[in-house]
Design a protein around this ligand. Sequence first.
Ligand SMILES: Nc1ncnc2c1ncn2[C@@H]1O[C@H](COP(=O)(O)OP(=O)(O)OP(=O)(O)O)[C@@H](O)[C@H]1O
Ligand SMILES: [Mg+2]
Length: 364
Amino acid sequence: MASISINNVWKYYGQTPAVKDLNIECTDGSFVSILGPSGCGKSSTMRMLAGLEHISAGDILFDGHRVNDLAPKDRDIAMVFENYALYPHKSVFDNIANPLRLRGMDAATIKERVTGAARLLEIDHLLDRRPQELSGGQKQRVAIGRAIVREPKLFLFDEPIAHLDAKLRAHMRGEIKHLQRTLGTTMIYVTHDQLEALSMADMIAVMYEGELQQWGTPREIFNNPVNAWVAGFVGEPAMNFLTCEMRHENGALVFAHPNFTIPVTSAQAARLDSVGHAGAVRMGVRPDALAISLAKPEAAAIEGSIFVTELLGGDMLVDVQLTDARVRVKTSTEFPGAPGEACYLSVNREKWHAFSVETGRAYF
Ligand SMILES: Nc1ncnc2c1ncn2[C@@H]1O[C@H](COP(=O)(O)OP(=O)(O)OP(=O)(O)O)[C@@H](O)[C@H]1O
Ligand SMILES: [Mg+2]
């Protein structure tokens, strides 16, 4: 087990920076997810952690010791990547045993470790098969088995389940999280799937265009995104954004839009003091922080018309057309509205957000 520090790390490919001044602290035994869209620098970061890629600037420390110049084999890490590269001509047993044989471990210990890992991963009945006789999920378990038998101090998993089907992915999420908890080994897990990061990690590093956007627990990232980019990336269905005018009306600070005028709470007004009370603001609200009805409620409702409804098993999503925008609302499957009908939305103001139009920075 190890604590990992990534201190002011940069990665340049030629003149182009792929990772910009990255800082991440993983405590010993924690599950850290690096989350971001394609090309944001996740794998570059992993390859620097693994020692497969030169660090252009900054330091990586394992347990306080600088590892920048350590060869991959001296870092005591185990990697599982999306392309898990099993040896096709070797049995499952031999695939898992391979890293231990390379280390010259004795046969009895190898057998003990391989069968132990196979039992943990529930592939002990497959040890004699070859990779082509396995399903995608089983192959992935073999790759994970090969990583865990080494008993490394750090796991580096880079999109290990990205290509599996949705049901198997959901299953493997739970399996990997349970495995990490059982072994207690520090895990750095890369994904572009926000649901994977939210459901598995203790701490999430959200990256975009080579830069760390936010570092926090899944709850912090979801409930208090630091900017509009993180707010829009995390959460499914995605947050709705509406550009509003911010002004004073009858002594209250309001967000005004062609379809509504809604006062902010006093705590929110205080947060907005720093920006002054005039100008435009980007309001953000998640689909489940909006309530929809066909009857007009009291004040402060948003008026629109139903564009389309989508049944999602236990919930219903309703797309509502406003004058110049469309918003998505999550409601119950009992909702009776049909496309074209007028409807009214109310906002849970404890759960809405406001972002700077210019910088995207969150005011609340
Ligand atoms: N060997 C390389 N040479 C030049 N540019 C590279 C190299 N590897 C990656 N890049 C560039 O660096 C940026 C970050 O790539 P990286 O592989 O780290 O992204 P990623 O977040 O892992 O993306 P994905 O989700 O698609 O795997 C990209 O713009 C990519 O094109
Ligand atoms: Mg990648």
